[in-house]
Design a binder for this molecule. Sequence first.
Ligand SMILES: [Fe+2]
Ligand SMILES: [Fe+2]
Length: 244
Amino acid sequence: MIITKNIKMADVIHLNYHTLSVLNRFNIYLGFGDKTIEEVCNDKNVDINFFLEIVNTFVDKEYFPKKQLQTFSVSLITDYLKKTHQFYHEVKVPEIESLINEMIETCYTQKENIVLLKKFFNEYKQELLNHTQREEEVVYPYTLSIEKAYNQEKIDSSVVDLMKNYSINIFKTEHDDIEEKLYDLKNILIKYLPQPKNVQLCNKLIHELFILEQDLNDHSVIEDKVLVPKIRAMEKHITKKLSK
Ligand SMILES: [Fe+2]
Ligand SMILES: [Fe+2]
């Protein structure tokens, strides 16, 4: 089922409650009564077409309108990506950390193993932070400059220097698979950690790790399949214009 603008916002949540965190990235919070997606987006000044593409992509894993997504502005795309980073650091990572801490506190027989698990997750947290920081400090500002130059009648010489030192292809090659390590962490829990006393806590932790991994996957796909080709095409256009 494709979500369209006339559907009630509440029904989006009924359809898939994981969309709740996506809605929050657009500054949309609960309490929208019977308002449709269009009405809520208008109230919140949200680009409705972009919202629909993102929500549909999130709900239906088969749905990925690459070309359509590439038509949105770089600022719209990077704003959404930044909001997603924020969600990882401010919501998901603390949630997972508090579950691990709770496991340490309540588990007497497995303490050493869970402390090791915590160490592993701490390292992961740092890696994730480095990954998102690099994107926010280097990559996204670069993409915004490229978009600005692309839209200009006469290309600024500063963008030539910028493109000499960096390119979206560099990002493509340096963009590491941040989900992979999460998979390893899940595997430690699923395969090797002897079942801790509090089974439910362990299940909850695995559940949260799966959610984070899936979300990171969706996020990386937007970076690799939407942002990268979009900027690559803009770089080409700029280079062509400069050589004239
Ligand atoms: Fe990112
Ligand atoms: Fe990334």
